[in-house]
Ligand binder design. Structure first.
Ligand code: SAH
Length: 226
């Protein structure tokens, strides 16, 4: 998988995408993450990438010119399966979308800023718009990091235990069961007996029941849709 992220704040990505599982995925060569500074594609002396909105009103808008320049350049280098714009009015991101996107290879993710991007970019370049929730962030960077994380961990070989992603919440339309680790007795709070029994079949049954219970309680809509 390859993800090209376009942003005016490339530094943000040094943190979240360079730790732990995501870092190892890149080191193992399973994933290529390339962060591009939109300002490098500005044609103005002051590396300007935003301008006032036509018609007036507060807030700057990211300009078409540098965005077209970088995306058109990237498209000459490889074929992209999706050119994504992070946007609060986009399709709501969930595990189903993550699963289906994870089967594809190459992505561009454009992060908006200020008031957003010139509408012509959205109309003529973008193939998919994704929101991570009904709230407004100050930029698309954190949202792009969320989507990248969710996709990368689904790439085969990224998680050390191959089945691990399959037992996470939402994968089978169920919430994950509770988990415990040592010690067995922590200040009188005990681990459920069944998990210490070594009886795999019974443990799996218990986990399934717990998942069902949790789904009914915490995500009743998900349970009803099943
Ligand atoms: N004026 C826009 C909001 C701009 S917020 C509006 O009202 O819809 C600035 C940028 O942050 C957006 O361009 C988008 O890239 C990103 N962003 C904000 N909230 C987001 C969300 N919930 N999901 C994905 N991206 C978001």
């Amino acid at each position: 998988m390859r993800i090209d992220i376009i942003t005016v704040l490339p530094e943000i990505f040094n943190g979240p995408l360079n730790q732990s599982i995501l870092k190892r995925a890149q080191e193992k060569g399973l994933v290529t993450l390339q962060v591009h500074n939109l300002r490098d594609y500005s044609t103005s002396k002051h590396r300007q990438v935003d301008d006032y909105a036509f018609g007036g009103g507060a807030g700057m808008v990211l300009m078409s010119e540098p965005i077209f320049a970088i995306i058109e350049k990237l498209k000459t280098e490889r074929t992209y399966d999706e050119i994504i714009y992070m946007s609060p009015d986009g399709e709501l991101f969930d595990q189903k979308m993550a699963n289906s996107l994870s089967l594809k290879q190459n992505f561009i993710i454009l992060c908006g800023h200020y008031k957003g991007v010139d509408e012509r970019v959205r109309k003529h370049l973008i193939t998919k718009e994704i929101s991570i929730g009904d709230y407004v962030l100050s930029g698309g960077e954190l949202a792009a990091a969320v989507v990248s994380d969710a996709l990368i961990r689904l790439v085969p070989g990224v998680l050390s235990d191959e089945t691990s992603a399959l037992t996470d919440s939402f994968q089978d339309d169920l919430i994950a069961p509770p988990v415990y680790t040592r010690p067995e007795d922590f200040k009188g709070m005990k681990v459920p007996e069944i998990l210490l029994s070594g009886h795999e079949k019974k443990i799996n049954e218990w986990r399934y029941e717990q998942s069902v219970e949790r789904t009914k309680q915490r995500r009743p809509k998900l349970w009803k849709e099943n």
